[in-house]
Design a protein around this ligand. Structure first.
Ligand SMILES: Cc1cc2nc3c(=O)[nH]c(=O)nc-3n(C[C@H](O)[C@H](O)[C@H](O)COP(=O)(O)OP(=O)(O)OC[C@H]3O[C@@H](n4cnc5c(N)ncnc54)[C@H](O)[C@@H]3O)c2cc1C
Length: 392
């Protein structure tokens, strides 16, 4: 049986960051993964350019049952520390809106950087390996894997969440948590497009391809971002962001004209004696197809001159506060993250070690810390992996 100081399950963002740091401390480290390649999600992230962090990171950008938990890790290994690594490797990158940082060329450069750091830190990476059994021993853990047995002093679970099973996602981390009696915050798909009820789907499918800046709200949160109509439902950053907060059965409230007071605008035009019809007046602000889907034909044809106060308010409300009840979401098949996970109350925020099981650590997406869209999820993976790597 092989002996290691640290075994890490999951050879992707959080797992390799942890492996590198533990290896630098002279620990004998093995990173195991059932996939055939490392860092699969990094490679597909950000449309192949990996939105690897954000210039503006704080606990406010994360969902968790304990909103304070992520603060320590995010400050001990911050976005500036990761940007420092990227600079050391001379990986070219650029900033997009909302402070999001992307590779100029390819996400492969991040994978290559992690791989080189693993070589430097003498980390052993073993792929195509499934873990059949994990048992606690006096001085650590014993693992039975498809490639034989391994023992270790510290075991780090970096196996991610449930999103995109095709990429190797599995409930492994939650099962280990259960095995050791740790509570789990109910996992749900996050950063995921909405699906619509049949009637709405038929009504909005012809708008497929229309993207529009809006303020999207559910009872607990609002985001100002782009909404994209698709042939399956509603997507785009506004919908992905709000999906992490949305509860089934809730209405979404969407302000399609966040910079305009529509009632005031219509009143002004009327007072100026405008001869325009409602649909023509609105056409300079919103795509015609969208307006004619949301407003009744008799309102659309109405000349502004004859518009009643009730009709004006009806138009303003339809476009400033369009309400729609999604049928659900596309689920883990397309979700970028899993909201929920191993309850942070059972982990140390400084080390990521379980308070009740010495030597057992959880890092990355498997933990109940979920970032917004915008590089926050990778930053959590780097930060939590780095912290565990200082102690595992
Ligand atoms: C399409 C897509 C695009 C994304 N884009 C971005 C982005 O641009 N910016 C951003 O910040 N976040 C993005 N994310 C989210 C980000 O990829 C994850 O939050 C991040 O990868 C989590 O890192 P992790 O190491 O915790 O888990 P993962 O990266 O999911 O790695 C888990 C590893 O564990 C392995 N594993 C799982 N189960 C087992 C098992 N039973 N046995 C052995 N190994 C196992 C997996 O094969 C995998 O290699 C995106 C996600 C998706 C799906």
């Amino acid at each position: 049986m092989d002996n290691f100081d640290v075994v890490i399950i999951g050879a992707s963002a959080s797992g390799l960051m942890c492996a590198i740091e533990a290896g630098k401390r002279g620990r004998k480290v093995l990173a195991l993964d059932h996939a055939s390649k490392i860092c699969k999600k990094i490679l597909i992230s950000g449309g192949g350019r990996c939105n690897f962090t954000n210039l503006d990171v704080s606990a406010d950008n994360y969902l968790s049952n304990n909103s304070h938990f992520c603060k320590s890790a995010l400050s001990r290994f911050s976005q500036w520390d990761f940007i420092g690594m990227i600079n050391d490797y001379e990986i070219p990158y650029h900033e997009r809106e909302h402070g999001q940082l992307f590779c100029n060329d390819s996400a492969r450069s991040i994978r290559d950087m992690l791989q080189k750091e693993c070589v430097k830190a003498q980390v052993t990476i073993q792929l195509n390996t499934s873990i059949n059994k994990v048992a606690k021993q006096d001085n650590g853990f014993m693992l039975k894997t498809s490639q034989g047995s391994v023992s270790c002093r510290s075991l780090v679970i970096a196996s991610g969440g449930l999103s995109i099973p095709k990429m190797g996602a599995s409930p492994f981390g939650y099962k280990i948590a259960e095995q050791f009696g740790l509570p789990i915050c109910q996992p749900i798909a996050g950063l995921v497009p909405f699906t619509l009820h049949e009637q709405d789907k038929a009504r909005f499918a012809p708008l497929s391809g229309i993207a529009i800046e809006c303020v999207a709200s559910c009872p607990s949160k609002s985001f100002r971002e782009n909404l994209l109509f698709t042939h399956r439902g509603l997507s785009g950053p506004a919908m992905l962001q709000i999906s992490s907060y949305w509860q089934p059965g809730e209405n979404l409230h969407i302000n399609l004209l966040p910079d305009l007071d529509l009632a005031e605008m219509l009143d002004e035009l009327k007072q100026q004696g405008s001869r325009l019809q409602v649909k023509t007046a609105l056409a300079q602000y919103l795509p015609k197809r969208l307006v004619s889907t949301l407003l009744e034909p008799d309102l659309l044809e109405q000349p502004l001159a004859g518009l009643s106060r009730v009709q004006r308010d009806q138009i303003a409300s339809s476009l400033h506060n369009w309400q729609i009840k999604p049928n659900g979401t596309e689920g883990y098949r397309t979700a970028e993250v899993t909201v929920g996970g191993v309850d942070t109350n059972s982990l140390s925020s400084k080390t990521m070690e379980c308070t009740s099981v010495k030597g057992l650590y959880f890092v990355g997406e498997v933990v109940d810390v979920t970032g917004w869209l915008g590089g926050y999820n990778f930053q959590w993976a780097w930060s939590s992996g780095w912290c565990a790597g200082q102690y595992a």
